[in-house]
Write a protein that binds this ligand. Sequence first.
Ligand code: HH2
Length: 272
Amino acid sequence: MKSIRCGDYRLSRERPLIMGIVNLTPDSFSGDGLTGNIGKAIEHARRQLEGGADILDIGAESTRPGALPTPVDEELRRLLPVLQEITRWGVPISVDTYKPEVMRAALDAGASMINDITGMQDEAALQAVAGSDCAVCVMHMRGMPGTMQLAPEYNDVVKEVDAWLAAAVGRCLAAGVDRARLVIDPGFGFGKTLQHNLALFRALLAGEGDLPVLVGVSRKSMLGQITGRAVEDRLAASVVAALLAAQRGASILRVHDVLETKDALAVWSALK
Ligand code: HH2
C-alpha cells in the first residue's frame, strides 16, 4: 500500500512524513501551547507548514500525564476558529481528540484526519469517523492521562500493545473504516515507563502488518530521562529520536520542531 487515504489527500508512504504539532492549550507539557490568541495560533501553524510539515496536528486538550479532561464546549471554543482558517490552506489537517462530538465538528470544518489517543474504543467515535473519508490514527494508551503514569505494568509490553492495536484496527474495520485510512501508534509515554517506551521503540522495525506507524516522541519525558534535560532543552534528543524512528520505518513523525526534523531527514536521505 503506497499511500494513506486522508480525506481529499493521499499521503505518500515512500518517505517519512512530518506532522507538525499545533497545541491550542494552556497546559501542554512542552510549553508550546497557545490558547486564547487565534492570530498567534494561526501564525504558529503557518510556521510549522513553512518549516516543512506535511500534515498539521491540532489539539485543544492537553494529554500530558496528570491532565484533566477539557469539557467539549471549551475544546470546541479553542479549536474551531483556528481549524476553520487552516483547513482552507490546502494541506491535510489532523485533529487530536478522543471526543466524538469534537470529531464530528472537526470533520464538518474540513479536517482530513482524526488522531485518537484512546484508539477508537468508543462506539460513538467510530460512528463519527465511519461515514467520512478521513484518515484515522489509533493510538495505544493504558488508562487515561490523569492517572496513566501512576504505575503502568505489562508482562510483555510489545506483545500487549500490538494485540491492543490489532483489536482497535479490527473495531475500525468492522465499523466500515477502510484499511487505507488507518494509521497505528504505540503511544510513547501514555501509560508507560521508560523501559516500556524503549522496548516499544526497539520493536518498531519488527512491527508486523502493513499499516503505517505514527511515532510521537518529540520533547517527551522519556528523552528527559535519557539525557537529564528539561523539556525546553530536548531539541537534539527529539531530532535524533525522530530520525531513528524514520530509519525504523515510521511513516509519520509527530514533532514540535518541524524545521530541524526536516533538515535531519534531508541529510539522512542524501547520505544513507
Ligand atoms: N502525543 C501527545 C499528544 N497526542 N497523538 C499521537 N497519535 N501520538 C502521540 O505520541 C501523541 C499524540 C502529547 O504531546 P503534545 O501534544 O505535545 O502534548 P500535550 O498533550 O500536553 O498537549
